[in-house]
Design a protein around this ligand. Sequence first.
Ligand SMILES: CC(C)(COP(=O)(O)OP(=O)(O)OC[C@H]1O[C@@H](n2cnc3c(N)ncnc32)[C@H](O)[C@@H]1OP(=O)(O)O)[C@@H](O)C(=O)NCCC(=O)NCCS
Length: 183
Amino acid sequence: MQMLEQPVIVAGAFRLRPFQPSDIPAVRQASTDPYITQITTVPAQGTEAGYTAFIERQHRRVAEGSGYSFAIAETATDRAVGQIGLWLRNADHGRASIGYWIAPEHRRRGIAKHALAALGAWALEHPGIDRIELYVEPWNEGSWRAAEACGFQREGLLRSWEQVGTARRDMYMYSRLRAAPRA
Ligand SMILES: CC(C)(COP(=O)(O)OP(=O)(O)OC[C@H]1O[C@@H](n2cnc3c(N)ncnc32)[C@H](O)[C@@H]1OP(=O)(O)O)[C@@H](O)C(=O)NCCC(=O)NCCS
């Protein structure tokens, strides 16, 4: 798969765009959520230098070819409210995965749904990507409800799939497929 530039993607009243230094407040808010700091590289209760390093890591994803990390920003204000990433580790097999977080004070406004719908559609436009996967813990109703609202289907439970913090966790496997399967 060849994707050379990180675009800006419209997602309702939000835009998915590259991170910028002014996004530090959103990263700082995310750092107060212990679940986000367990599943991402957002530093727990970090420093300005730590938040800046997080933003620089997001820029390196495209350069390294490992995926695209977008800030989710309000179009009207350009204020960042979350993050969503498309990860390409299994792109050679036609699969990509998406992960996301919304800063605690911006939740339950439909932002995850808008961002996931937009990034899922964008990802499936790329030749060679036929399947987008999400891994969601069963307790995480906000996440799986967002997934289902965006056309992802629950395929089953992956038992003891991943270490999160100090414990191995089960994950629901969700996927969304390209509309017309390749022959
Ligand atoms: C999960 C998360 C991304 C949801 O983001 P959000 O922007 O608040 O989600 P939305 O507002 O788009 O809500 C999606 C749906 O879930 C519901 N929902 C949201 N949070 C919920 C919660 N805590 N409990 C139950 N339902 C919830 C909404 O009502 C909505 O339902 P609907 O489709 O029936 O209207 C956010 O809580 C978060 O960042 N959590 C920490 C990180 C995380 O878990 N990331 C995902 C890992 S798989």
